[in-house]
Each structure stands twice: as structure tokens, then as C-alpha cells.
Write a protein that binds this ligand. Structure first.
Ligand code: ZN
Ligand code: ZN
Ligand code: ZN
Length: 145
């Protein structure tokens, strides 16, 4: 028996709990999403899965990405171009984004000081943090000049 990836186990547990089914389409979408790091829209993933199976519909990709979000495998990010993109969340180090409003480039960064300030600001207000996204919008190094 082929051993399941821990991502697949997370996925299976969730869909079982929600009484959904593991269809070959959902499985292919999950595998495609897991294969590459980076920020991808439903469109991007749709284009790639169609190469393996042209019968997969856009709605199936869209709905499956919602499942990946809900079960904690994916994280949604807003790069300010009106399109939601997804990146890996499970087993990945936390990071935030700087987004260039001219060329659309997104830069990943982590700053321990910013993280702890966010925590203490929440704590002071008695707020329990479950997740956060910090997006900084501006111009990248190349676009500023
Ligand atoms: Zn952060
Ligand atoms: Zn730029
Ligand atoms: Zn990222």
C-alpha cells in the first residue's frame, strides 16, 4: 500500500468529517497545488490540472481550493490585483508579504519583532489570535527608480 502524505491525511480527515468524497479530480487538484511553492490563483491551478485532465471544471477547482483553505493546507493571500491567490500553509514557516503595486511582485518576509508586537497588541485587548496576515503595499526596489 502506498503511504499517504501527511497533507493527504489532513485532507482525508477533513472531507470525512464533512462527509464529502475524495474524487479523482479533488485528488489531482490537491497534488497539483502541493507540487509547487509560491502564490497561485484558482485560474493558475485550473490551467495546470486541465493539462492532466481536461474534464475538470473551474468550479471544481474553486471549490476544492475552499476545502484546502478550510482544512488548513492552504492560505489565501490578497496581492491587491483583485485576485485571491493561494499558498501552502501546512508545515510551512509563517511569513508575511510586501506587494509591489506597480509590477505585482510579492516579497515574502519574516520579522520576529513585528510578530511579537502584533501578539502583544492583541493581548492588551484581550484578543486571542488564531491567524494573521500582514500585507505591506508599495513599490519594489526596481519600480521605485
Ligand atoms: Zn506575520
Ligand atoms: Zn515592482
Ligand atoms: Zn507567501
Amino acid at each position: 500500500m502506498k503511504s499517504l502524505s501527511s497533507e493527504m491525511q489532513v485532507f482525508l480527515e477533513y472531507i470525512e468529517q464533512k462527509q464529502l468524497k475524495l474524487t479523482p479530480h479533488r485528488e489531482l487538484i490537491l497534488e497539483t497545488f502541493l507540487k509547487h511553492e509560491g502564490h497561485r490563483s484558482v485560474e493558475d491551478i485550473y490551467r495546470v490540472v486541465r493539462e492532466s485532465d481536461p474534464r475538470i471544471g473551474y468550479t471544481t477547482v474553486y471549490r476544492t481550493m475552499k476545502i484546502l483553505l478550510a482544512c488548513g493546507l492552504a492560505r489565501a493571500i490578497d496581492l491587491a490585483d483583485g485576485m485571491t491567490r493561494y499558498e501552502h500553509l501546512y508545515n510551512h514557516e509563517h511569513h508575511d508579504h510586501m506587494i509591489c503595486m506597480q509590477c505585482g511582485k510579492s516579497i515574502e518576509f519574516y520579522n520576529a519583532e513585528i510578530e511579537s508586537i502584533q501578539d502583544s497588541a492583541s493581548e492588551q485587548l484581550g484578543f486571542k489570535v488564531l491567524d494573521h496576515k500582514l500585507q505591506i503595499f508599495g513599490l519594489c526596489n526596481e519600480c521605485r527608480t
